[in-house]
Design a protein around this ligand. Structure first.
Ligand code: ACO
Length: 406
């Protein structure tokens, strides 16, 4: 809501004035009731509930989805109905499975995700009636149900494995692990500690207000575009290393550093701006990202469960974090670990390959994207997003015919 530090400049437009704010450093693009970040205190709330209570206090990913979409925690009956509906729509149209044949086996799974999720708009043309709340709800269910199936298919295709059909007797997250890891000879046996860890990753990544990918989904949705095409645009934006690609970049960075002895030299390079410390820094958090603290505890639990307490990557990550938290370069710029700093280590321990990390992020963030899209589409005062620019190009000049150009 508008407070003393917020200036509502909408009236400027009528006077011909506008503001210049590249990167949206000081501009709110919309009002939203979904997620609140207190960047100075390092706190995150979904619909008013602290992230720690949702991720570590008994909720699960699908309940968090219900909360984000509908604004309230479900009753037992509402949750059962929601879980049943999502679970029963996890299959994709058989025709869609042929899309993969058009991709190279070594294509990045995010490239496949952008293409296949965008293609859902060709299968669900009724979702074009975006003014109809019931049609929007159906699109939400379709996306939540089918995104894990599509994500797992991207992985299986890249491995040359047959697609695994969903299992309705498993939880959302256990079913995803089954679709990733089951083989005809060895069905995946869900380990509750590992399923819980992945479920927590999904909760922590479910929404984060107006980040680049969510803003993209809102902007494309504001033209009335098909929701599946809007989500494909969000996936494309998420892919970049400054956003969802950071978890993959963290693991590649840890590989490059190799061992704790090489940390000081690497940090010198960071300070000389040769490279960034991936998994550090955030546009909004100027304190510890609360998701990073939960992720670190989850990392501890998973490594203990798997007997990997001496995992060299975890030790290296902790050494980097310790140095960074004491170093003037990071302290003065308020650079703290973000959620992606430890999530890659957890995902590696779960057996998820590095190229799939951002895909898992997309699976989780789909609910945030679609909740924001739905909130925006429900607003009777919604306007198409149309940023302005400062033109810095050539002044008016006359066209010169080719023969006269010299
Ligand atoms: N390592 C080293 N220095 C950094 C880092 C970093 N990770 N992040 C910011 N800085 C420095 C910048 O060089 C700059 O220094 P200067 O003042 O001397 O020029 C200062 O900190 C401010 O940085 P900005 O780039 O202005 O911060 P911005 O808010 O634009 O960027 C971002 C935020 C993109 C997340 C950035 O911190 C970054 O690239 N981090 C690494 C990638 C990453 O982890 N991304 C994940 C984000 S969270 C998510 O998407 C889930």
């Amino acid at each position: 809501t508008l407070g003393p530090s917020v200036v509502d400049i909408r009236t400027f437009a009528k006077t011909g004035m506008f503001t210049f704010d590249p990167g949206f450093l000081a501009t709110a693009s919309c009002e939203s009731k979904i997620t609140f970040i207190d960047g100075d205190q390092g706190q995150l709330y979904y619909r008013g509930y602290p992230i720690e209570q949702l991720a570590e206090g008994g909720s699960d990913f699908l309940e968090t989805c219900y909360l984000l979409i509908y604004g309230e925690l479900p009753s037992k009956a509402q949750k059962d109905e929601f879980v049943k509906t999502v679970t029963e729509h996890t299959m994709v149209h058989e025709q869609l499975t042929r899309f993969w044949q058009g991709f190279r086996r070594d294509a990045h799974p995010m490239a496949m995700m952008v293409g296949v999720v965008g293609a859902l708009s060709a299968f669900y043309q009724d979702s074009l009636d975006v003014a109809n709340p019931r049609h929007r709800e159906v699109a939400i269910y379709r996306l939540l149900s089918k995104i894990p199936t599509i994500a797992a298919m991207c992985y299986r295709y890249s491995q040359g494995l047959p697609f695994a059909y969903p299992r309705n007797d498993l939880s959302y997250t256990a079913n995803f692990m089954h679709m990733m890891f089951s083989t005809p000879c060895a069905p995946y046996e869900p380990n509750p500690v590992l399923v819980r860890a992945l479920d927590r990753i999904l909760i922590l990544h479910a929404d984060h207000e107006q980040n680049a990918s969510t803003s993209t989904v809102r902007l494309s949705g504001s033209s009335g575009a098909n929701p599946f095409a809007c989500i494909a645009a969000g996936i494309a934006t998420l892919w970049g290393p400054s956003h969802g690609g950071a978890n993959e970049a963290v693991l590649l960075m840890l590989d490059e550093i190799g061992s704790v002895e090489n940390v000081p030299a690497f940090m010198e390079g960071v300070k000389n701006k040769t490279h960034k410390l991936m998994g550090f820094g955030h546009r909004v958090y100027k304190n510890m990202d609360p998701r990073a603290a939960i992720m670190k505890r989850t990392c501890d639990e998973v490594l203990a469960e798997l007997g990997l307490q001496d995992d060299p990557k975890f030790k290296l990550a902790m050494a980097l974090e310790k140095i960074a938290l004491e170093d003037e370069y990071f302290v003065s710029r308020k650079l703290y670990p973000n959620v992606d700093f430890y999530s890659g280590i957890v995902q590696s321990a779960l057996g998820i390959p590095v190229e799939m990390f951002t895909v898992i992020f997309a699976v989780a963030r789909t609910v945030g994207w679609i909740s924001h899209w739905n909130e925006m589409m429900s607003d009777p005062g919604m306007k198409i997003g149309r940023p302005r620019q400062l033109y810095t190009g050539a002044p008016r000049r006359d066209y010169v015919k080719m023969a006269d150009r010299g």
